[in-house]
Design a protein around this ligand. Structure first.
Ligand SMILES: Nc1ncnc2c1ncn2[C@@H]1O[C@H](COP(=O)(O)OP(=O)(O)OP(=O)(O)O)[C@@H](O)[C@H]1O
Length: 266
């Protein structure tokens, strides 16, 4: 069943610049779609439009139906229920989602309490569990800490725990590993991959890196200058890209890969 149905989505600035141009795609329940393209191709604006979170000075037109709710042109009031419950987001920079002045445990407790109705000791237990699920060591210490007291990788895990706390049907991950040290990127990808599979959650995964996208998604949509260039099953796109731009993306990903092979050769 279709969970996210985007049709003819167009995002414009108030002065008439078109930043996302007539974009259409769908994500079925439990399906994992990657949005890939170079910097400035409109990936982030697409995810923000899906959540009804476009910045001031921008408007969207077309249709975005998320779990049956029309997000384009909807009143803010009707969208607050959709965010979190139907779709939750992890951004590139975890500090975007975290409140610097609130202990991390409380930030996870709020959405958890809303969904489960738990309070007191049982709620604290659920927060502990949520932090354990994202494989944070010493969950109780992390729960008492503030965002600036933990590492970047740990902050991103907390942001992921927050996004998962509402058990959304769709997880939107916008370059969730790009700001992390290379050494923790692979771990984070594996974690996201495992958790969404376990929960049969759908994913819209944004990245400029084809290798990253192919690790966690079934299908990809390639974007350039706000438009869809090509979409299809990851395997097909990597093996036989049809469009010139996609070919360039695949070729440069392969070049990096073969450089790695050469370096690791005996
Ligand atoms: N708040 C804003 N005001 C004006 N233009 C913006 C704003 N946010 C993004 N843009 C422009 O919209 C276009 C698409 O941006 P978007 O952030 O969606 O790209 P992206 O593919 O996610 O790239 P990146 O990976 O660099 O974030 C870019 O040309 C960008 O300069």
């Amino acid at each position: 069943m279709t969970l996210l149905d985007v049709r003819g989505l167009t995002v414009r600035t108030d002065d008439g610049r078109i930043l996302v141009d007539d974009l259409s795609f769908t994500v079925a329940g439990g399906e994992r779609l990657g949005l890939i393209g170079e910097s400035g191709s409109g990936k982030s604006l697409t995810t923000l439009a899906v959540l009804g979170l476009l910045p001031d000075g921008m408007t969207s037109s077309g249709s975005v139906e998320l779990a049956g709710t029309q997000m384009v042109g909807a009143a803010e009031r009707s969208l607050t229920g959709v965010r979190g419950r139907d779709a939750a987001v992890v951004f590139q920079e975890p500090l975007t989602a975290l409140d610097p002045l609130m202990r991390l445990g409380r930030q996870i407790a709020e959405p958890l309490a809303r969904r489960t109705g738990l309070t007191g000791k049982r709620l604290r237990g659920a927060v502990h569990q949520a932090l354990e699920q994202v494989r944070l060591p010493e969950p109780d210490r992390i729960a008492r800490a503030f965002a600036h007291e933990v590492s970047g990788g740990q902050r991103q895990r907390v942001a992921l725990a927050m996004a998962l706390a509402c058990e959304p049907k769709l997880l939107i991950a916008d370059e969730p590993t790009t700001a992390l040290d290379v050494s923790v990127q692979a771990e984070m990808l594996e974690l996201i991959d495992g958790l969404v599979r376990e929960r049969e959650m759908a994913v819209l995964f944004v990245s400029h890196d084809l290798a990253v996208v192919s690790r966690v998604t079934d299908r990809v949509l390639v974007m350039k200058d706000g438009r869809a260039v090509e979409q299809g099953v990851v395997h097909d796109i990597v093996r036989a890209p049809r469009e010139t731009y996609t070919r360039t993306l695949v070729a440069s990903a392969r070049k990096l890969e073969s450089a790695l092979d050469l370096r690791s050769a005996p």
